[in-house]
Design a protein around this ligand. Structure first.
Ligand code: PFF
Length: 457
């Protein structure tokens, strides 16, 4: 038995069928509300092309190397994030306290899911409303004030938020509880291709019905005068979030990756798909925004206030509107599954729990946690962290604080604690990339994270 096999978890988890399935699952995790809801509005708020350029640089300079690191940590141990750090620190004779990096990653994914399901619930609600023709057949011409009031009404209703987010959460539960092979593998294999086809169709529709060239210019002609330090930081933070880094998800998915697949190529494929989807989402949304004389800077409401208004006024708006919100729902679903998996895998391996019980426990506790986020839009208006609502505070705490800590610690762990032979073993035949990888882990990733921390203070 090799050293790596001896150090692996006793109950070996199942392995994804082939490299493509892993790419689908990992891209399913990466492609989510971050790409379709958040990316277009942060590009809009931060001035367009120059921001996109900085974002692409972040993905390449440290996003891809960190993604390789996380997949590699998982595959080398075939364990959940907590045990992965524990086993590897033991093998490299480093402090066992590194396990808390994996632990914090699991906590991060759990907390993100508790508010992610609320936004996913909005998508579900808007899908139902658009399918039923509520927007398009209202009889009168809608204004932005009407769709704004509608969105405010959604936020003001605790019951609606709870029903929508719980429905989403139960769907995630069903997939995760069915297991890696029967649940996650089967669902991503049809959801991801359908998502991409739908997105391309929407972009074509939008190019024909909107101002494509203006949108293209907005996204791809950089105007550096619009770039601020704050926008650079938003780009750094978003690159962690969009690639599902620093949250235990990619370590956990890596644990199910087969030994022969190349980690470098796979990480590049995942980051490539994620970036293409984000840019295509921009190309699907901005032509319509410009054609209807709306502002690209309207923030989180871009999707739920501006788009319903546009779909109401367009030919086949009901069909395309419904397709759009369904697309967001599917994207959120594959990410939601990857956000639940780290906790479930940890419960299974740490406490020898059955998958069904682990998924059930996680779902019930998340249901309770998500109430706090849902209530913070209506009946609970307490300001929680630095004057933010619970929802905003949790978003800030996970995406800006926890993810930063986990990303930095993961980079330092791989850069300074792991021995050359361990890296060799992690990357197998791809050992030529080790010097570049180590350089990124030791210097590039910490420099970017350090910049974030410095600017935050
Ligand atoms: N990458 C997902 C998105 O862009 O929506 C969000 C996410 C999924 C973050 C899984 C973290 C994670 F572990």
């Amino acid at each position: 038995m090799s050293q790596s096999e001896a150090g692996r978890a006793t109950r070996e988890p199942p392995i994804w069928k082939g490299r493509i399935t892993f790419v689908m699952a990992a891209a399913g995790s990466a492609v989510g509300l971050g790409n379709i809801w958040k990316f277009p509005y942060i590009v809009g708020e931060n001035g367009g092309g120059a921001f996109v350029l900085v974002y692409l640089a972040c993905i390449l300079l440290f996003g891809v190397p960190l993604l390789m690191a996380e997949i590699g940590l998982g595959r080398a141990t075939r364990a959940n994030a907590f045990s992965a750090f524990k086993q590897l620190s033991a093998r490299s004779k480093a402090s066992s306290q590194w396990k808390w990096v994996g632990g914090l990653g699991i906590v991060t994914s759990y907390l993100i899911l508790s508010f992610y399901i609320v936004v996913a619930g909005w998508c579900l609600y808007y899908f139902v409303v658009t399918v039923s023709g509520d927007f398009t057949q209202s009889g009168q011409t809608l204004t932005q004030a009407d769709t704004g009031a509608r969105f405010d009404g959604v936020l003001a209703s605790p019951v609606l938020l709870i029903v929508a987010s719980t429905t989403f959460l139960l769907t995630v539960f069903l997939i995760v509880a069915s297991g890696i092979k029967n649940g996650i593998e089967k669902s991503v294999n049809w959801m991801m291709p359908s998502l991409m086809v739908m997105l391309v169709l929407l972009a074509i529709y939008s190019a024909q019905n909107g101002m494509f060239m203006k949108a293209f210019d907005f996204l791809f002609s950089p105007d550096f005068s619009k770039l601020t330090l704050e926008s650079v930081l938003i780009a750094v933070g978003h690159s962690f979030f969009t690639l599902s880094l620093a949250s235990g998800s990619m370590v956990t998915y890596g644990a199910y990756m087969n030994d022969s697949a190349s980690i470098g190529k796979t990480a590049l494929a995942v980051a490539g798909i994620d970036t293409m989807v984000a840019l295509t989402a921009g190309l699907a949304i901005f032509p319509l925004i410009f054609a209807h004389g709306l502002e690209p800077t309207s923030g989180p409401g871009l999707m739920f206030i501006s788009l319903p208004l546009i779909f109401e006024q367009m030919p086949f708006g009901q069909i395309f509107g419904a397709a759009f919100f369904f697309l967001m729902f599917i994207a959120a679903l594959t990410s939601g599954v990857s956000l639940m998996e780290p906790t479930v895998a940890w419960l299974e391996q740490q406490f020898s729990m059955k998958r069904l019980s682990a998924a059930f426990l996680t779902t019930v506790s998340l249901c309770a946690m998500s109430l706090l986020s849902a209530f913070s839009f209506n009946i609970w208006d307490a300001k929680w962290l630095f004057g933010m609502s619970f929802f905003d505070g949790l978003d800030f705490l996970t995406a800006n604080v926890f993810m930063t800590i986990v990303a930095l610690a993961t980079a330092l762990f791989c850069g300074y604690c792991l021995k050359p032979e361990q890296l060799q073993q992690m990357f197998g035949h791809q050992s030529r990339i080790i010097p570049v990888f180590t350089f990124s882990m030791r210097f590039v990733a910490p420099a970017f994270v350090g910049l974030m921390v410095y600017a935050a203070f």
